[in-house]
Structures are given as C-alpha cells and as structure tokens.
Write a protein that binds this ligand. Structure first.
Ligand SMILES: [Fe+2]
Length: 272
C-alpha cells in the first residue's frame, strides 16, 4: 500500500525503513540544512555555465558543449567536499544515523526538454533491478523550481505488482560494455496504471524505497530540470535482512560493493 507522508521531524533509520519498505513516500519540506546544499550545487552549476542561464542553456549551446558541461558538472558536484558535507548534514537532520550509513555518490542529473535529450531521463524502473539491495533508499531533491511536467513520477499501483523486466540478464559490466541498457528495463508495456508525479521544491527532500517503480517525467517545459539523487543503505537494515519485498528483481548479484560508509569510506559487505 503506497502512501505519502509529509514529515516535519526527524525519523530514525528503523522507523523510516518500516514506512519506506511498506511502500510509503516521505517528503521532508524545508529540511534543515538542505537549502545550504542546494545553494552550493547551484553555485557550482552557475560557475560552469558562466553568463548563460543554466535552465535554458540547451537553447544556446551546441549538443557537444552541453554534453561537456553536464559531464563536468556531474563530476564537480560528485567530488565537491562542501556539497558532500552539506547533504550529509541534511540527511542527519532527517534522522539518518551517519555512523551506520553507506552511500554511492552525490548524483547530479540535468534533464533539458526535447527529444534530443530524452536519453538523459529514465523510463519506468526500480533501482533494485540493478543493485538488488532491498534496503536501498533513494533521496531526491530539485536544485531549481520544478513543475508537474518537469519532475519524477511513481507508479504506486505497481509497488507490489511484478513487472516483467530485463534484470536477469543485467550486470554492471555488460552495461559498461553497452550490451545491455544502463539500467534494467521493463519488457512489458506499462499502461493503464496510475502515473503519480511528485512535485517538491528546492530545499525539500523526497525519500523513497529503491524498489518503487519510478521514472523521469518527459520534460515538456522550456526549462531544464536539475536534480540531485543520493542513494543510501542502513547497515542495520542489511545486517537484520530488512528491506522492501522483492516482487520481480532477478538480478544475479547483490551489489553491496557499490556502497561506501559515508564517514570512513569502507565498502558495504554482505551480512555475515
Ligand atoms: Fe531510479
């Protein structure tokens, strides 16, 4: 059963897991500390684009220039020590125990409008089709204001409904070699299901189980969507075997090693 919770106080890892692994979406409006993270990322974006408005840069830059800017920015944001510290502070303010949390990276996504950029978005997928980690939690926040036509969307009816997909044949090595898509995909049409876009604003955090079926809303606005995703795993959840029920992921491996401890960088390992 999917539900949406507006959360104004910290929620500890265990309680957050109970909600998320039962299909809830959590929204932390004006999460303390997230505004400072947003400002830092916006500064990095504006530095890279110079005099050009980042949200309309696709109108004036050639595709090679835009590709280069996006690639540079994804690295700059991912490696920026201030951005990392600021987003960890915001996560801690939401109730995350940083002493027992693993993550992969601070992942900036830039999604301009138009068919030429459609490949930068994702179709319907569950992140667990790739990682296969039932406890994986996704955090998502926009850097500039978004609308219902420039955001992320969920298929709440399919939270516990199997969707035929290509996860059984997927591996990170094959994805790098481009013999399979970057992430596993549905192999059946997804139609006649509720498509629930969620609109939050800069400084708000959206949090959901990686087992939620979600996608990028095709951008039909004049402005590019800038958002950041962070994926976390609670060590306690992994040790206790907690997580979202798996209804359709057949990924051959569980990719614990994608995740590193947020403080000491130690890799997550399979439970003993
Ligand atoms: Fe995703």
């Amino acid at each position: 059963m999917s539900s949406v919770h507006i959360v104004h106080d910290p929620v500890d890892d265990h309680r957050r897991g109970e909600l998320l692994f039962d299909g809830a979406l959590l929204i932390f409006p004006r999460l303390p500390g997230l505004g400072a993270f947003r400002d830092r990322v916006a500064d990095l974006i504006r530095e890279r684009f110079g005099d050009i408005d980042p949200e309309t840069a696709h109108d004036s830059l050639g595709s090679d220039e835009l590709d280069a800017a996006i690639a540079d920015l994804r690295v700059a944001v991912g490696k920026d020590p201030a951005a990392r510290e600021l987003v960890l502070t915001a996560l801690a303010n939401s109730g995350v125990d940083l002493e027992d949390t693993y993550w992969d990276r601070v992942n900036l996504r830039l999604f301009p409008p138009g068919s030429a950029h459609a490949r930068r978005g994702t179709g319907w997928h569950r992140d667990t089709w790739g990682s296969n980690i039932a406890a994986q939690t996704n955090w998502w926040t926009p850097i500039f204001p978004i609308t219902v036509e420039r955001t992320i969307s969920f298929a709440p009816d399919l939270w516990q409904e199997p969707v035929a997909n290509s996860s059984a044949d997927w591996s990170p090595a094959a994805a790098r070699q481009k013999t399979v898509p970057m992430i596993p995909e549905p192999v059946e049409a997804i139609r006649d299901t509720a498509d629930m876009p969620v609109v939050v604003q800069p400084g708000d955090m959206l949090c959901f189980s990686a087992a939620q079926l979600h996608r990028t809303v095709p951008n039909r606005t004049p402005l590019a969507r800038f958002s950041v995703e962070v994926r976390t795993v609670s060590g306690a959840d992994v040790r206790a075997g907690r997580g979202a029920p798996n209804v359709d992921s057949d990924t051959p491996e569980i990719h614990y090693r994608w995740f590193r401890h947020v403080v000491d960088g130690e890799r997550l390992t399979a439970p003993e």
